[in-house]
Every structure is written in structure tokens, then in C-alpha cells.
Design a protein around this ligand. Structure first.
Ligand SMILES: [Fe+2]
Length: 749
């Protein structure tokens, strides 16, 4: 097996604060890592040129990049293929994958430097064209004032930090190669004189964990043995990281902590690693998810919450390294106006995360003013390539200085996409589900409502059984958690657990799930025995059961997923009602359209598009949420009423009706789903679903940081349209983090 040269330099030999053009030219002669093999060898296995395919794999990859295309989410084949892996990760990640990692030596970028530049990007590998546009610019230096406003020269960072969610849907090797590495390498190859041999660091997000960190390992972990090339060779970068977390020392007492808080919160290894020594006075804390977003603090108030606990353990003000007990009443501030304790005088802290796919700066300012520095701030920087999460949503009152894309721009693009049936159809395979549902509901529609008594009893039995099954699973899970917590408490207190008799009953939890499953089968059978009129196999039974499950699913979807960023019970109830209305429209409207035939179905679709969609787009910009909701209900219920009481025409069930049901379901279900998402979006709900449906590829960004004696300055560089050949970057924000003033006798703080 041959070896491939790689840059032998460590971070401590980097030539300057940022990598300038001269050094890049000097380093251009270093050989690039070999391209990836077809097979999936273990991390760091040396790739022999002889093992690479004869065909021009780079060419194939680059052709794939040129095709572009954002990731599809709505029941798309690509997502369904990954579902098994995602589901498996939920179970497999019960094991703490960090058990198998080695502690990385602390990276040191001090070495008598007076300043350091570095780049931060998160939520990357989606549309390959977007990635290429970003990669083209992130590897460039920018001359003074070249980004549309006053700014100093911005040299390329001495290292690149990747903040999680490296590729979508899952960051496995193939997806990383296609959506992250190939676009990046294609640009690196084309850019003569581009800086090479920078260090790269990363932390994983949930999409990296969906692949059990295998892809993350192959891209970001230091290859083994020394001198080997990474399996996923990213041209111009090399890795020294051994774990999913990293501590980087910077000049003037600055430190960057990249913390892995996925699945198990902060484990003991990270506590030891980060709190081994004096607490840094100036800290950049990179986490996979932001503590503040959508104008409110997202971290739970409960001190037992995993995330809250991690922040307390990391930021505890105790001067001793890794304090055994936490300082009572310590509650860190995430922004100047979030409440909690501000950093002590002479110290400062930046919370930096992606996960939400846009840029937002929370530092107590409500307008963009770079001249004012703050000692604490949260910056959300997830615009590294993935679909955009709408920025017009707000669920709190914290001041936000800048959002990118601008909320007005985001509203425009979100409304345009959600009200365009073709865009919603293109977002996945919802049209196939829509066609199937329209056929099912139309052809099984009951002749008479009085015939639904038997099916209703059957449906009640099945729903009851499913409830027993799900309830038993939840109960078993809760009992197991309760016992684990008891065990931990006893370990912490040093007192053995004493099991009361009633506690021993919880041992019976192993029988809960089987009992639930038996109940799910037995209840309908028993009821059928006592009520023989019930025919589970009749069309009406199937119709009623399908309608009930469909409506229940949409209500739960609205109430759970729709209110992810909202607090309190009221939004949950309100969204459940919206979900039920959505279900009613999706069931009845396609049925009536098919029933009235081609002409009236076509007319109804045209009326919705012209009479309702156009005003809805304008209303989403200016009108209150209740008016958008009223418009949505009027278009759905009004069209149903017009079709019900209007034309006196029934289509004959036959091949024409089948074809019509497929066409109507394929168009109307995505169309109504888009309108429903827009309505919920007006109430600040379904942020993620609106994002994955709209799939906005515009307004991407990353941050170039400058660490100096006085402060940390973040230059946020945005690209409005990264899919074009030569995208034009511009400076969209600049912020300064500096220590709070030390008290002096004449000027107390
Ligand atoms: Fe993400």
C-alpha cells in the first residue's frame, strides 16, 4: 500500500495570523490529499493511487456538482432511504460514541502571535452549487473595503471551524463526499494560489450523529497512522482532531471551545478536558445548537436539563479546575438582556452555533451598530449552505441586531415558494402520497352516513389499542429513566438505593410493552366477538379508520412539530385545531373535485391559485396572522361549499375517475399543504417545515473572526445568490466582543 504526502506542519508552525496570498503560493506546491476511494475503508486508511478507479471519478463528481439541486425533504426517496439509518441512530446512540474517542491535545495558536484570523461555518452540505459558491469565497482573502462597505483587509483564516450538520440528510460518507467535499475540492483545484494546508476543526450536529459519527470521523478525525490521508480528503486542509470536541488556545487569553452536546450532554471526559486548568477569561463557546434563537432563550430553566447542566458545568465561576460541585445559584447570561449573570469584569464570552439555518446576532442591541462592543452575545450562524429557516419568525422579546436573510426578504421568498404548488411538489414526494390518499378517500367514500356505526366501533377499538401500545411504550421508557435517575442520585450521595416494595413493582415494566401489544390485538377481537355486525374488512371501516388516523396524525403533527419554537399550552391547542382543519380540507376538497369532474376540478384549482394565493402572498407580508388564517379557511371551506352546493354533477367511477383522482390528489394535497404551512408560519409555527418546503438557496453566510489584544471581531460575509458562477460576497454584519471593564477606584463598574 503506498502512501500519500500530506502537510507535516502542525498548527504551531503556521506562518501568520491569517493565511495570506504569499504563504498560499508557497504552500501550493504541497501535494493534495488523494481523492476518495469507492469503498469505505476505516478512518485514516492510507489510500493507494492504485486503488482509485480507472474512470475519472473527479469528473463524475464535478458533473454531479454542476447539476446542483437542494436536498428534498417531503417524503422524498432520498430521505426514506436514510430513515432506517436515522431510526437506528436513535437506538445506537444510546451508547455514548465518545467512549471510543481519544482525548485531542489542546490546539495552540498562540506562539507569540499578536492576532489570529479564523473562519467559522455551520450547516453546510446541501445544494452542491451553493457549497461551491461558498467554498470559492471562504478560501479567498478580501482586500480592504471590497465587500461593499468600510472594513480592513480580511486574510484567510489560519484554521476553519465547522460547527455541525456537515451534510444532509445524514452526514454519511457518500453524502459528505457529494455535497461537501467534492464542491469544495473542485473549487480548490480551480483556484490557483488558494491557501492550502490549513487546519480544520469541527463539532458534530444531529445530522452527523444520524450516521453514528462515521462520516464525521472520516472527514474530521486525524488519520491513522501518522502520515495517512483522510478517507474524505478535503483539499487544502488537514486534521489533528481525535474526538468530537476540541479546545483551541488563541492569543491574549482567548480560547475557543468546540463542545459536543449531542445525545448525552456534557460527559465527564469533556468536563475534564475543558476545565483542566484556569478558566479562560475570553471564551468563544461553540455548541451544536444555540442557547438563544428566534428572539428567546432556548435553554430550559430546569437545572437538571442536560443542556442547562452542560452550560453550568462549563461556565461555573469557581476558580478551581473541574469543580466537584456547582456554584449554587449560578445562572449564566447568554445575552445582555437574557437575564442571568453577566461575565465578570475583565472577562467576556461569545456563544456561537449553527443549527438554525440563518444568521442572527443577539447582543442586546436592536439595531446594527458595530461600534458598540459587548461582553456577552449569542450569534446564530447556520447559513453555511443548508435550506434557510425563515427569519420572520419570532417567539420572544430579546433584542436582535441583525438577521440574514432580512425578515422582509425571507417573507417574500417563503410565501412565493409555499404558494407555488410546483415548488411544493418539487420539494419531495408529497404528490405521490396525495394521489394515493385522494384515490383511497374517493373510492371508499361511504354511501350513507348511517352505515358508519359498525366502522365507528371498529375504529374506536383500533385507536384504543394503538393508544395502549404507545402508552405502554412511553410508560416503560419513563420507568426506566426513573430508575436510572434513582441510581445516579444514590451514587452521588453515596447511599445505596433502598427499594421499597412499591418500587420493586417497577420491575414489572418489562411486561408493560408486551401487555400493550397483546391489548392492541385482543381488544378489537373481543369487541368483534360481542358485536358481530362490525366488519373490519368493509370499505367503510377502512375509510373511517384511514380518516381518523390521518386527522389524528395531522393534528399531532401541528401540535408537536408546529409549536417547536413556541412556549405554553395555548399554541399547542391552537395548532391542533389548525391541524384538524388542514386534515378536513385535505380529505374533503380532493373528493369533491373528483366528484364534480375534470372541468370543475380545474376551475376550482384555478380559482384557488388566482383568487386566494395572490392576496395570501401580500397578506403574509403585512396582515395580522388571524387574517391570513381567515383567508386560508375561506379558500378551503369556501371552495368545498361551492363544489358541494354548486354543480349538480357526479363523475362515473371508472378509469377516468382514477386518473382524475391521481391528478387532483397530486396537485391539491401539496397545494393545500403549502397554504397550511404559510398560515402556521404567520403564527411563528412550523419553522423547520416551512424551511424544508421552501428550500431557499439564497442568502448564505459564514464568519471570519479576528482575535486581537483588545477584542474579538466577527466579520459576517454573506452571499445573496451562491448558485451563480461568480457569486458576489458582501459584508452583512460586524460585531465586537470585548471584556467588561475592570473596576477602578475612581470608576466602579
Ligand atoms: Fe442544520
Amino acid at each position: 500500500m503506498g502512501t500519500v504526502d500530506r502537510n507535516p506542519r502542525g498548527a504551531d508552525h503556521a506562518p501568520s495570523a491569517g493565511l495570506d496570498h504569499e504563504s498560499s503560493v508557497a504552500e501550493a506546491s504541497l501535494s493534495r490529499p488523494a481523492r476518495v476511494p469507492i469503498s469505505t475503508p476505516a478512518a485514516g486508511l492510507i489510500v493507494s493511487p492504485g486503488e482509485l478507479p480507472e474512470i475519472g471519478m473527479a469528473e463524475l463528481d464535478e458533473r454531479w456538482v454542476a447539476k446542483g439541486g437542494a436536498v428534498k425533504w417531503l417524503l422524498a426517496a432520498g430521505l426514506l432511504r436514510k430513515l432506517a439509518a436515522i431510526a437506528r441512530s436513535l437506538v445506537a446512540n444510546e451508547l455514548d460514541l465518545r467512549d471510543w474517542m481519544s482525548q485531542t491535545p489542546v490546539a495552540d495558536f498562540r506562539n507569540d502571535r499578536d492576532e489570529v484570523w479564523f473562519d467559522y461555518i455551520a450547516d453546510t452540505g446541501d445544494d452542491a452549487l451553493v457549497m461551491r459558491g461558498l467554498a470559492r469565497n471562504i478560501q479567498r482573502e478580501f482586500k480592504a473595503d471590497s465587500l461593499g462597505e468600510d472594513h480592513p483587509a480580511l486574510p484567510v483564516g489560519a484554521f476553519l471551524f465547522v460547527g455541525g450538520d456537515t451534510a444532509y440528510h445524514t452526514s454519511d460518507e457518500t453524502t459528505l463526499r457529494r455535497r461537501f467535499v467534492t464542491p469544495w475540492n473542485a473549487i480548490h483545484d480551480a483556484q490557483h494560489g488558494a491557501p492550502t494546508a490549513r487546519q480544520i476543526f469541527a463539532i458534530p450536529g444531529n445530522h452527523d450523529y444520524y450516521d453514528h459519527l462515521v462520516g464525521f470521523n472520516r472527514l474530521f478525525r486525524k488519520p491513522y497512522p501518522d502520515g495517512a490521508t483522510s478517507v474524505l480528503g478535503l483539499s487544502g486542509f488537514y486534521s489533528t482532531q481525535e474526538a468530537s470536541y476540541i479546545r483551541i488556545q488563541l492569543p491574549h487569553e482567548w480560547e475557543l471551545w468546540g463542545v459536543d452536546l449531542q445525545t448525552h450532554g456534557l460527559d465527564y471526559r469533556q468536563r475534564l478536558y475543558f476545565r483542566d486548568g484556569e478558566r479562560p477569561k475570553r471564551l468563544i463557546l461553540c455548541t451544536p445548537t444555540p442557547p438563544v434563537s428566534f428572539d428567546r432563550v432556548l435553554v430550559d430553566r430546569n437545572p437538571e436539563d442536560k443542556e442547562r447542566k452542560a452550560y453550568l458545568q462549563l461556565l461555573d465561576p469557581s476558580p478551581e479546575p473541574n469543580p466537584a460541585t456547582l456554584t449554587p445559584d449560578f445562572d449564566p447570561a447568554f445575552t445582555p438582556d437574557s437575564g442571568g449573570q453577566m461575565p465578570a469584569p475583565g472577562t467576556c464570552r461569545l456563544h456561537l452555533s449553527g443549527d438554525d439555518h440563518h444568521y442572527a446576532r443577539y447582543n442586546g442591541q436592536s439595531v446594527r451598530d458595530a461600534a458598540v462592543s459587548t461582553s456577552v452575545a449569542t450569534v446564530v450562524s447556520g447559513g453555511g449552505g443548508a435550506f434557510t429557516h425563515p427569519t420572520e419568525h419570532s417567539s420572544g422579546k430579546l433584542a436582535c441586531a441583525v438577521k440574514y436573510p432580512d425578515p422582509a426578504f425571507s417573507r417574500d421568498r417563503v410565501a412565493a415558494a409555499l404558494l407555488n404548488p410546483l415548488a411544493v411538489i418539487d420539494a419531495g414526494a408529497l404528490y405521490i402520497v396525495g394521489a394515493a390518499l385522494a384515490c383511497l378517500f374517493f373510492f371508499l367514500w361511504p354511501e350513507q352516513w348511517s352505515s358508519l356505526l359498525g366502522p365507528a366501533v371498529w375504529t374506536g377499538c383500533v385507536v384504543l389499542s394503538l393508544g395502549a401500545c404507545v402508552g405502554s411504550l412511553l410508560l416503560a421508557r419513563q420507568l426506566a429513566r426513573w430508575r436510572t435517575r434513582r441510581g445516579k442520585q444514590s451514587r452521588a450521595s453515596g447511599i445505596p438505593v433502598t427499594h421499597h416494595r412499591w418500587e420493586q413493582l417497577s420491575e414489572l415494566s418489562v411486561f408493560v410493552v408486551p401487555i400493550g401489544i397483546v391489548a392492541a390485538i385482543a381488544v378489537p377481537m373481543l369487541v368483534h366477538h360481542f358485536y358481530p355486525g362490525m366488519d373490519p374488512l368493509s370499505g367503510s371501516s377502512l375509510w373511517l379508520l384511514s380518516v381518523t388516523i390521518f386527522a389524528g396524525t395531522l393534528a399531532a403533527f401541528a401540535s408537536v412539530r408546529g409549536t417547536e419554537n413556541l412556549r405554553g399550552a395555548l399554541p399547542k391547542i391552537g395548532f391542533a385545531v389548525l391541524g384538524l382543519a388542514h386534515a378536513a380540507i385535505q380529505i374533503i376538497l380532493p373528493y369533491l373535485m373528483v366528484l364534480r369532474g375534470w372541468l370543475f376540478a380545474g376551475l376550482a384549482i384555478a380559482v384557488i391559485l388566482i383568487v386566494f394565493s395572490i392576496p395570501a402572498k401580500k397578506m403574509y407580508h403585512r396582515a395580522p396572522a388571524w387574517l391570513v388564517t381567515a383567508l386560508w379557511l375561506v379558500q378551503g371551506l369556501g371552495t368545498m361549499a361551492a363544489l358541494w352546493w354548486g354543480p349538480d354533477r357526479h363523475v362515473d367511477p371508472g378509469w377516468s375517475a382514477v386518473f382524475l383522482a391521481i391528478v387532483v390528489g397530486g396537485i391539491v394535497v401539496p397545494m393545500q399543504f403549502g397554504f397550511y404551512l404559510l398560515t402556521c408560519s404567520a403564527w411563528n409555527g412550523h419553522n423547520n417545515e416551512a424551511g424544508i418546503t421552501a428550500r431557499i438557496t439564497e442568502c448564505k453566510q459564514w464568519i471570519r473572526f479576528h482575535v486581537t489584544k483588545d477584542a474579538l471581531t466577527g466579520y459576517v460575509i454573506g452571499i445573496e445568490n451562491p448558485t451563480v458562477r461568480d457569486p458576489q460576497p458582501k459584508l452583512i454584519d460586524r460585531f465586537v466582543i470585548a471584556p467588561a471593564r475592570e473596576p477602578t477606584p475612581d470608576k466602579p463598574v
